[in-house]
Structures are given as C-alpha cells and as structure tokens.
Design a protein around this ligand. Structure first.
Ligand code: FE
Length: 337
C-alpha cells in the first residue's frame, strides 16, 4: 500500500513550484510583433533558434494594429521586439515611448548611420528603394532624370501613382520636404497630380500593371514589387530607372526593428537583432524579398544586383517619421488622393 505522507506531498509541491519558476525565468525566448509577413521573417528566426537554442515566437499584423496592441497591453505585453516595414512606424513607436535604446557596437558597425535611429531605439534591417519604373516601349530612359522632373509638363497624362494613403509615399514626400522644404515639395507633388493619367492606384503592383499596359508611362514603386511582377511575367515592357543620381540619390526606406521598453528578454532580443544585422542573416533577410542588405559587407541577391548599382539618398530615415504629418497635410493640399 502507498502511504501518502503529508510532508512528502508538501515537499513535492514545493519542488514543483521551484522547478517551474526557475524554468520560466531561465527559459529565454524572444517574442516578436512583426508587420513583416511570416515568410519574410521565419527563415531567419529558425536559423537563430538552431544556433542559439533560443526560441522565437511571433505574431504578424499591420503596423498600426501592432502599435495599438502594444499601447493597450502596456507593461504587460509579451512582446520583446517590434518589426515594421517602414521607418515611419518605428519612429512613431519610439515617440509613443514603446521602444528601449540599445547600446550595441555590433549593430553600429553592421548598419550605416542613416539607416538607424540617432537615439538608438530602432535599426534598419533591409533597404527598400523607391524608384521610377517606366514602360520600355513608350519611354526613352534619357527622358528620365529625377523624381521632381515627373512634375514637368512633358509628363502630362503619362504618370501613374499609388495612393497617398500608403506610408511609402508619405515617407517619400517627408524626405522631399526635408530636402527641398515645404513650398518646393508641394509644387512638385502638385505637378505629379496634374500629370496623372488616372486616379491614384491602391498598390505598387497595380501601378506597374497600368504602366505595362500603356495606360501611363511611368510610376514610382519599391523595387521588390518590380522584382515579383517581372518574375511572374518576364515579358512585361518594364524597366527600373535610378533617379537623382547627379543629386542626392534614390529615396530609400527600411524594414527594421526596435526593442520593446518592457522586455524581460533583453539579452536574447539584442542577440536576435544583432544576428539579423550580421552578414549571415542579411543575405537571406534582404534576398528573400528582393530588397537590399543594410550591412555594407553583404552584396544584394544576383537578381537584385542585375538591376544595377545606384546612389542611395543618405539622409537619415528618421526624417520619414518626423515629417510624416507634414507630408500627409501637404499631399492633401496638393489634391494627391
Ligand atoms: Fe511593401
């Protein structure tokens, strides 16, 4: 007969509690809230877990939804890291006090200054170039020069644009305000709107499809959308043009990450961030979505490299956040819908 001694019972419970609490305080993991979709993050997380034994859990949603969730969860959020696909949202998260600064020599070596927060609260992990795509049958590339030139009357009825509601365009215009001031930028944006062949389109791919169909001749898109479209349909009469090469360079934005203020897994989360900026992860992180690595030691994927080398605008992407509200107002004034 098994005799259950009350003392033994208590002792068993005691050890259970000790075991569980020890387990939870030592079981490091990283929880990521990501606006970057699963297939563009999971492969790198899997490698990180394989190398370190640290599991990475994640949820994906739109950046606005994730920011609201972080705000609502406050200090109780399980999130350790936020990933977005635009500097504007990281800037907003930082403004709302959601992000913690990180001191990391590795991050500062791996990521150029203009692609990370001067206050060290977020870091770019891939570069997204927003450039001109044109119809190769209807446009001689020598006609093209700069973003601002698309406001010239020679492009009347030839321009297609994605809606101004998309943060990518808000960031582009914000960076232009930083460069040219409000007055000149408004003049340029007004010119674009005057030159539109049709009302602004819902996404970059649609804008390129209209260009390919000859409904307009030029548009402004992120290059990875061009890559995806051409992969599906290589015969489309589309090509990339790198504007402003004699001036400040092509407008770039980032997909990047920051640490959540209340993280209880700071060490592991910083390790993950450093890993994502490393040579090994960068090739995959950028390559998987046909973006450009932030780490200057890493070459772009061969498909991306074939689009040619270009000068990037090296104004700090923090401006995309700082001037986003101004940009939205300006686009509204210029009737860019
Ligand atoms: Fe995108």
């Amino acid at each position: 007969m098994i005799k259950i001694n009350f003392f033994h019972f208590l002792r068993a419970i005691f050890f259970c509690v000790i075991f569980l609490s020890a387990n939870s305080s030592y079981a490091e993991q990283v929880v990521v809230y990501s606006a970057r979709i699963e297939k563009l993050i999971k492969p790198m997380f899997d490698i990180f877990t394989k190398e370190t034994g640290i599991p990475v859990k994640f949820v994906t949603d739109k950046a606005g939804v994730l920011l609201e969730r972080l705000r609502a969860e406050g200090k109780n959020t399980p999130a350790d890291m936020l990933i977005t696909t635009d500097a504007g949202y990281l800037w907003e998260a930082s403004q709302k006090g959601l992000l913690a600064p990180i001191e990391s020599e590795e991050l500062e070596i791996n990521i150029p200054l203009y692609l990370r927060d001067p206050q060290k609260k977020w870091f770019g992990l891939s570069v997204r170039a927003r450039t001109i795509v044109y119809n190769t049958n209807n446009v001689d590339p020598t006609e093209l020069s700069t973003y601002e030139d698309l406001a010239h009357s020679k492009w009347k009825g030839r321009v297609c644009l994605r809606t101004s509601k998309k943060v990518y365009n808000q960031s582009l215009v914000a960076m232009m305000i930083a460069e040219y001031g409000k007055e000149k930028t408004e003049e340029i944006v007004r010119g674009w709107v005057t030159n539109l062949a049709i009302d602004p389109l819902s996404n970059d791919t649609k804008a390129m499809e209209f260009v390919a169909a000859g409904k307009c001749d030029v548009t402004i898109v992120n290059t990875y959308y061009y890559g995806r479209l051409i992969k599906k349909n290589p015969s489309l009469p589309l090509a990339i043009f790198w504007p402003n090469q004699d001036g400040n360079g092509v407008h770039v934005n980032i997909s990047g990450a920051g640490l959540i203020n209340s993280t209880k897994n700071k060490k592991s989360a910083v390790m993950l961030l450093e890993f994502l900026s490393s040579k090994k992860a960068q090739k995959l992180f950028a390559g998987i979505n046909m973006e450009y690595p932030v780490n200057p030691e890493v070459n772009p994927d061969p498909i991306v490299a074939a689009w040619g080398r270009f000068k990037q605008n090296e104004m700090n992407v923090v401006k995309a956040g700082e001037l986003q509200t101004e940009a939205v107002k300006l686009m509204d004034r210029a009737d860019y819908r």
